[in-house]
Write a protein that binds this ligand. Structure first.
Ligand SMILES: Nc1ncnc2c1ncn2[C@@H]1O[C@H](COP(=O)(O)OP(=O)(O)OP(=O)(O)O)[C@@H](O)[C@H]1O
Ligand SMILES: [Mg+2]
Length: 374
């Protein structure tokens, strides 16, 4: 049982402040994914938790105990690295047992743990091989096995699948999810992969320059990003942003006006914004309704990408702003064509001049739904 609390955690490397002051609570057994741009401090955070890096100030508590002055080996935390970090001159069996011999565990217990981990990860046949005789996926399994044999309270994964090919990534993703189901340990997982973040996480933590921008369940972040940064970071391909102004705000709704585009009337949002206010509208590529009857924004296609099951239409507005549209299936629209696209009213995101989310008519939508129920 191990929950994890980070309190006013700060880390500087010399004069460079990487994590200014971070608070986070992770429940026992949770699968938490850290995402954020390169250099935002994800690996540093994992290394602080693991004890491979010393905090400048603040506290780290595992199962209620402060561990900031506890050495890495005694924290009950095991980390799996992107590079696997296996010992090349040792066999798989030796790699799996090495850390345990160091803490003077009995030979029987070590053998038992190695066998159990090897069985769980289906690498029993590979125990006498050396890392160079293994495929990338097999090496990654050994690296995970090494973490399992330590029986840690918390697993830390730093982009463990990024060196694998696409097919193997999908397999390993499912395996790690299954592993979490089986072991039930607290796990923290860093990735740049949207699908991994969305599908594996109980909770996603979005970081930017060492600061948490938002924490929430994957669909919470997708449906209600708290600002433009999170909105642009969660979801792939990323959300379209169209900047403009509120032309009109009445009881019935608001009118959004972007340069060179027909005005967009949006019902049920009045009261949240004022006429004249500068705002940005956010529309995900999958949230357009296309028509050829002149309804909506006229967009010119610059590239039509056909992926087979999906099409991605790269368009420009009459003002030259880029818009990306996702169309399920195979599109019959091609380069140079003009299409008319209407943003889906129930899926719009609106941000103020500082990029913060403006809630749009939530209560009214809920009210309608409630009223319609038997
Ligand atoms: N030992 C160090 N000394 C000085 N600066 C460091 C050190 N380790 C990391 N940094 C800096 O801290 C910042 C955060 O690095 P970190 O490796 O945590 O980023 P990250 O989010 O894991 O990035 P990536 O997605 O590229 O792996 C970076 O600006 C990096 O240059
Ligand atoms: Mg990193």
């Amino acid at each position: 049982m191990a929950d994890l609390v980070l309190e006013k955690l700060r880390k500087s490397f010399g004069a460079v402040e990487v994590i200014p002051s971070l608070d986070l609570q992770i429940e026992d057994g949770e699968f938490v994914v850290f995402v954020g741009p390169s250099g935002c401090g994800k690996s540093t955070l994992l290394r602080l938790i693991a004890g491979l890096e010393e905090a400048t100030s603040g506290d780290i508590r595992i199962a209620g105990q402060s561990v900031v002055s506890v050495p890495a080996a005694d924290r009950g935390v095991a980390m799996v690295f992107q590079s696997y970090a296996l010992y090349p001159h040792m066999t798989v069996r030796e790699n799996l047992s090495f850390g345990l011999e160091n803490i003077r565990m009995s030979r029987e217990e070590i053998a038992r743990r190695v066998e159990a981990a090897a069985k769980m990860l289906q690498i029993e046949e590979l125990l006498e091989r050396r890392p160079k005789q293994l495929s990338g996926g097999q090496r990654q399994r050994v690296a995970i096995g090494r973490a399992i044999t330590r029986d840690p309270k918390i697993f830390l994964f730093d982009e463990p699948l990024s060196n694998l090919d696409a097919e193997l990534r999908v397999l390993m993703r499912v395996e790690i999810t299954n592993l979490h189901e089986r072991l039930g340990n607290t796990m923290i997982y860093v990735t740049h992969d949207q699908i991994e973040a969305m599908t594996m996480a109980d909770k996603i933590v979005v970081l930017r320059k060492g600061v948490i921008e938002q924490v929430g369940a994957p669909l919470e972040l997708y449906n209600r990003p708290c600002n433009m940064f999170v909105a642009g970071f969660i979801g792939s391909p990323r959300m379209n942003f169209v900047s403009g102004a509120i032309a009109e705000a009445t009881e019935a709704g608001i009118t959004f006006q972007a340069p060179h585009l027909p005005p967009l009337g949006v019902p049920a949002m009045a009261g949240k914004v004022r006429a004249g206010e500068q705002v940005t509208l956010g529309i995900r590529p999958e949230h357009f309704v296309l028509s050829n009857d002149g309804n909506g924004w006229p967009l010119q296609i610059t590239i039509a990408e056909q992926h087979g099951a999906n099409s991605y239409l790269h368009c420009t507005t009459p003002g030259g702003a880029p818009i990306l549209i996702h169309e399920a299936g195979q599109s019959r629209i091609g380069r140079g064509d003009v299409l008319f696209a209407q943003p889906r009213m129930d899926q719009l995101h609106l941000f103020d001049a500082e990029g913060r989310r403006i809630e749009l008519g939530e209560s009214e939508a809920d009210g309608r739904l409630g009223a319609g129920l038997p």
